[in-house]
Design a protein around this ligand. Structure first.
Ligand SMILES: C[S@@+](CC[C@H](N)C(=O)[O-])C[C@H]1O[C@@H](n2cnc3c(N)ncnc32)[C@H](O)[C@@H]1O
Length: 357
């Protein structure tokens, strides 16, 4: 959720030890802005609210653990859905605000805010349900899912409910007009100011098509094919070990003629819906209403032209960065039609250390 767009990209990479990474991470959740952004995201918050109420038969009279409660919003939804007891575990100082919110809503007899990491707190009993909003950019940035899996293995009763219980990752080729506009800009400077800067085009190209994972809104019309699913996580069974490398193969066919200059990666998470034929899906697709996660955009080094039905295929791997385990890296190995295969590794810009140290 961290707003990398505003952060400085300067500064050399340095390896952060785990406690420092965690401190930086939890500090970022101590401010109001991030909670405001999450609560203002109606798609996100209403998806959880609806999912919790749809599962009220499994929640009523039961014990719930909210992993990373933040302001306590999901804990209160669970109490409203009839939970007997909710443990709202939150590591950072926003827990103090959650406590006030719980009191303001007269839920203190049922929602207990516990300050600490879910890996260290002691609960008085096992729980029937785990709820958590753990998703980061490109799903796995921030690595909070590891904490949810820890909580599942330590505190969830066998056969207990986990909300959401499934996550899927998708990729699609994109023709991003902004990149071309930004490169073309350097050819127009002469017309405006009488100074020719077209020699900047190569440099601009290198800067714009860098290996950062950009978090941008991709317009549906810029997506060049049906998205392809390349990974699926069943949260009831996936292990922390398996999260060290998440990915798989993909294959798409282009809708029409354009130049592929990027890929967009996005995710969905699903909640079981006992009363309906389908799961409830929280989607961050470019074809669905926008969420604060937007999409992860990966700019390729060599854009390639496609026509209708040109195959775009390859493999995606996501894994924690060596410099900071909370940062995700994405490796894409791909071929577009008959063009030479390309591969590129992308990572979240190293803004965390710059911003906080
Ligand atoms: C994405 S926010 C969600 C907040 C809230 N549940 C909501 O939906 O608005 C994740 C929260 O989990 C907390 N968190 C992350 N890892 C945690 C851990 N291991 N133990 C306790 N809290 C954690 C963060 O401090 C942050 O407040």
């Amino acid at each position: 959720h961290l707003n990398m767009c505003k952060m400085s990209r300067a500064g050399k990479k340095r390896k952060l030890d785990k406690s420092r990474q965690d401190r930086l991470y939890f500090d970022s959740y101590s401010d109001v802005t991030i909670h405001e952004e999450m609560l203002a995201d109606h798609v996100r918050t209403n998806a959880y609210r609806t999912a919790i109420f749809r599962n009220s038969d499994s929640i009523r009279g039961k014990v719930v653990l909210d992993v990373g409660a933040g302001t306590g919003v999901l804990s209160i939804f669970c109490a409203q859905a009839g939970a007997r007891k909710v443990f709202a575990v939150e590591a950072c100082s926003i827990a103090e605000q959650a406590e006030k919110i719980v009191k303001q809503n007269k839920m203190e007899d049922r929602v207990e805010v516990i300050r600490g990491t879910v890996e260290t707190v002691e609960l008085p009993e096992q729980v029937d349900v785990i709820v958590s909003e753990w998703m980061g950019y490109a799903l796995l940035h921030e690595s909070m899912l590891n904490s949810v899996l820890y909580a599942r293995d330590r505190w969830l009763k066998p056969g207990g409910l986990i909300l959401p219980n499934r996550a899927e990752l998708f990729i699609a080729p994109v023709s991003d007009p902004v990149v071309e506009d930004r490169l073309y800009f350097w050819y127009n400077v002469k017309d405006q100011y009488g100074v020719d800067m077209s020699c900047m085009a190569d440099f601009a190209q290198k800067c714009v098509r860098n290996s950062d994972i950009a978090v941008n809104t991709v317009a549906g019309e810029d997506v060049l094919s049906h998205p392809a699913r390349f990974a699926e996580l069943d949260l009831r069974s996936v292990t922390v070990e398996e999260l060290r490398s998440v990915g798989g193969a993909f294959r798409c066919e282009s809708f029409g003629s354009a130049a592929v200059n990027a890929f967009c990666v996005y995710f969905t998470v699903s909640f079981p819906c006992p009363d309906g034929p389908h799961a409830l899906v929280l989607s961050t697709s470019p074809f669905q209403p926008e969420t604060h996660w937007k999409q992860a955009v990966l700019y390729v080094d060599r854009p390639e032209e496609v026509v209708q039905d040109t195959p775009v295929s390859g493999e995606v791997r996501m894994y924690p960065s060596e410099d900071s385990a909370r940062h995700v890296c994405v490796h894409v190995d791909f071929s577009i039609g008959n063009h030479k295969r390309q591969s590129k590794t992308f990572s979240i810009p190293d803004w965390t250390s710059d911003a906080h140290i």
